[in-house]
Design a protein around this ligand. Structure first.
Ligand code: ACO
Length: 437
């Protein structure tokens, strides 16, 4: 960390001694005030629920400028990665810091491809779930269960274990997501096919049956791959911070990633793509484009408790760059499938236009996020709505692993242990049961 010439001084109105706090500069982005010695020197904690002003780590992986609407993976703009690279190149970049050269790409693709099958016992484990279980409930269980099947890669402090568990997780997530899907629809599982691309293989495992050959459509494979790239990492979001916190106890990588899957499920995070599509369906049922005004009124009424799902972001106070790319992919996919007049897409575009001009959204800098359009693309590809968040988890797995491995490799890493402002009862005596009122 590079120290800044400027120091912060914390002073107190009661005459307690003030404290000088070091400031560090990153390569880009806001500087940070180092408060690590604050408690030792003043006996006080800082208070920042929701981490509105707190950097919890030092990272080199992903940078977001929320005001500009900029997203960089290892310095590369997301627009260039989405246009010039495929998902496995992006995985290599996130894990290793550099894009692969041609021979590195071949070796990495081969390595991932060789780990796509899962232990056959996983099928029997899956059978314990109800057929109507939510895919994210199944995924939380399956990913956590990997640690019961792959004992030889569970030591988070062993770099080789970390490397092999990373490859296993990236390789096996598409297999697990498609197994979760096939289980819920009662179809046989389709084994991976190693001559297909990562995204093409996922689509085949999802949509093929043993009865006939399945040839994935190139436009849809590219769209799927782009969904994966756009969701691959997003710096210290809720699920990534969950993975870091969980991993900070020294637990195994599969358990830490399962914690990330569980966090991602929430509608304020990865569950928003499912919620956004359901919301569009509800507006469609209300009467579609004609009823947007009525719906927006409800969104603005705090009492109604309705949010415009797929809008707003803690960091982006401008158009989410991923949403722009996803909107473009939406056009391509619907065009390739002859669905240009898809009513939900038209509704989404009309809703976006009205919201972007509305004072409520303008004043709060609420713009569409990636989930506003990714649901429409996934639905057009044929992915059921309940599986959207599992697809997000599949893509985010590489980001979680890169962040987890970065933390473990950081010499300053410690178990994560937030503190609190306690406002409960102070010490008191337990009364015998008969004396309690
Ligand atoms: N619809 C209506 N109002 C909203 C929305 C929305 N989608 N998002 C924020 N607001 C309002 C809030 O009510 C608040 O208004 P107020 O200042 O009058 O109280 C103001 O905008 C600020 O919002 P916060 O909730 O304080 O912002 P925060 O950073 O905590 O939340 C979040 C960000 C959770 C993403 C929020 O915008 C939201 O719930 N959006 C909908 C869900 C969604 O799309 N999530 C996906 C996030 S991206 C991802 O995970 C890939």
């Amino acid at each position: 960390m590079t120290p800044s010439d400027v120091k912060a001084t914390l002073s107190f109105s009661d005459g307690s001694p003030s404290m000088a706090l070091p400031i560090y500069k990153g390569t880009v982005g806001p500087e940070v005030i180092d408060i690590r010695k604050l408690y030792a020197q003043t006996g006080k904690f800082t208070y920042d629920p929701g981490f509105l002003s707190t950097a919890a780590c030092n990272s080199t992986i992903t940078y977001i400028d929320g005001d500009k609407g900029e997203l960089l993976y290892r310095g590369y703009p997301i627009e260039q990665l989405a246009t010039n690279c495929d998902f496995l190149e992006t995985c290599y970049l996130l894990l290793n810091g550099e894009l692969p050269n041609p021979s590195q790409k071949i070796a990495f693709t081969k390595l991932v491809t060789n780990h796509t099958m899962v232990n056959e016992q996983m099928q029997f484990f899956l059978r314990g779930f109800r057929r109507d279980a939510h895919p994210m409930a199944i995924m939380t269980g399956l990913v956590g269960a990997l640690s019961a099947f792959y004992h030889d890669s569970t030591d988070i402090n062993n770099p080789q274990h970390r490397e092999i568990s990373a490859i296993r997780l990236i390789a096996k997530m598409p297999t697990l997501v498609s197994m979760a899907y096939k289980y819920t629809v009662g179809q046989p599982y389709i084994y991976p096919k190693n001559d297909l691309s990562y995204a093409g293989n996922f689509m085949r495992m999802m949509f093929a049956t043993p009865c006939e050959e399945y040839v994935p459509n190139d436009v849809l494979v590219r769209a799927m791959d782009r969904i994966f790239i756009l969701h691959a990492d997003h710096e210290q979001n809720a699920s990534t911070s969950t993975v870091r916190l969980c991993g900070s106890s020294g637990t195994n990588p599969f358990a830490a990633i399962a914690a990330g899957v569980a966090c991602l499920w929430g509608p304020a995070h990865g569950g928003a793509n499912e919620a956004a599509l359901n919301m569009l369906g509800d507006v469609q049922k209300m009467g579609g484009v004609e009823k947007i005004g009525e719906f927006i009124k409800k969104v603005k009424d705090k009492e109604a408790g309705v949010k415009l799902m797929g809008f707003g972001h803690r960091v982006y106070k401008n158009y989410d760059p991923r949403a722009k790319l996803m909107r473009e992919t939406c056009h391509e996919v619907l065009g390739a499938l002859g669905l240009e007049n898809d009513p939900l897409f038209k509704l989404a575009m009309a809703l976006e236009k009205i919201a972007l001009e509305d004072e409520y959204f303008v004043a709060r800098k609420l713009y569409p996020n990636v989930d506003f359009y990714s649901g429409i693309v996934q639905r057009a590809i044929g992915i059921p709505v309940s599986l959207f968040t599992a697809v997000f988890a599949l893509a985010r797995t590489v980001g979680w692993i890169a962040q987890l491995n970065e933390m473990i490799g950081d010499p300053e890493y410690k178990i994560g242990r937030p503190r609190q402002l306690f406002n409960g009862a102070t010490a008191r005596d337990v009364k015998p049961l008969a004396a309690r009122v």
